[in-house]
Design a protein around this ligand. Structure first.
Ligand code: NAD
Length: 270
């Protein structure tokens, strides 16, 4: 049976209408946390996630807000203030620009960099600014450090992935995680996860089902653990960093990539 160890805590998960954010929100709800779901455009998906969190016995509400704007971050922080407390912030919302050939420098413009940085780096920073006092207050009330989880990427560690701009934004996000962990201790723990591949609409929306299945099989064959991760596989590691099981961990960047960072799968598996 799933433990209800997060009962009484409130969590805000950005970009949680679908994909990894939805999985993290559902697991938080199953463990008893109240959750604030966020999206920009996928309102029907956001409402479905809210309904599924409520089915799991949690309080949940949807806040439509764009984390790349100060107004959007303020709106989310206000929703958390109305909830009465904020114990957990998951900076999950992220965007990319696909330019798979990294040697093609013309595939990216200054605007592409600024767009990606605006959602992937500045957004989480402003979210921290706006929610800091709530997270500190929760620490004062409970004596337990509040937790922030940044959803980064192996791209930010290895300089791989959909584009140079995306990898650079996630690299900045990883450094920001370390800076904030130092700056906000002891009231707030700040950690990051770096997934490798996650089978989400990120890929599914851009190709046919047959192409996707082929790509997924290719990913599984190329990583040491011979698996292609789905949102739930990554969300389980996220929950570790959001729960008391990781109470002595801050400033950590956890690679959750089925061993992708180690290089190719063992020969016997290929
Ligand atoms: P996704 O597109 O399903 O989820 C991203 C979510 O962020 C969406 O719900 C989207 O609406 C939301 N979002 C985008 N811009 C936003 C904004 N300005 N304000 C609020 N919400 C916004 O994709 P996903 O694969 O679930 O990605 C989740 C996170 O995981 C992202 O940060 C991504 O960089 C990271 N990641 C994904 C992969 C992968 O292979 N899919 C790998 C490593 C890391």
């Amino acid at each position: 049976m799933t433990p209800r160890d997060l009962e009484g805590r409130t969590a805000l998960v950005t970009g949680s209408a679908n994909g990894l954010g939805r999985s993290i929100a559902l697991k938080l709800a199953e463990r008893g946390a109240s959750v604030i779901i966020n999206c920009t455009k996928s309102i029907a998906d956001g409402e479905a996630t809210v309904a599924d969190c409520q089915k799991a016995g949690a309080q949940a509400r949807l806040v439509v807000a764009d984390v790349s704007t100060d107004e959007g971050c303020s709106k989310l922080a206000e929703a958390a203030a109305q909830a009465g407390r904020l114990d957990i912030l998951v900076n999950n919302a992220g965007i990319t620009k696909h330019a798979r050939d990294h040697s093609d420098l013309d595939a990216l413009s200054r605007d592409d960099f600024l767009n990606l940085y605006s959602v992937n780096v500045a957004g989480p920073f402003i979210m921290m600014q706006k929610t800091r006092s709530l997270l500190v207050e929760a620490h004062k009330q409970t004596g337990r450090a509040s937790t922030v989880l940044n959803v980064s990427s192996i791209a930010g560690v290895a300089g791989v992935g959909s584009s140079v701009a995306y990898a650079a934004s996630k690299g900045a996000f990883n450094t920001m995680t370390i800076s904030l962990a130092r700056a906000l201790a002891p009231a707030i723990r700040v950690n990051a996860i770096c997934p490798g591949f996650i089978g989400t609409r990120w890929f599914k929306d851009t190709m046919s089902e047959e192409q996707y299945m082929k790509m997924e099989a290719g990913v599984a064959a190329s990583v040491p653990l011979n698996v292609a991760s789905g949102p739930d596989d990554i969300a389980d590691s996220a929950l570790f960093l959001l729960s008391d099981a990781s109470r002595h961990i801050t400033g950590e960047t956890l690679l959750v990539d089925a061993g992708m960072h180690l290089g190719y799968a063992p020969l016997k598996a290929r």
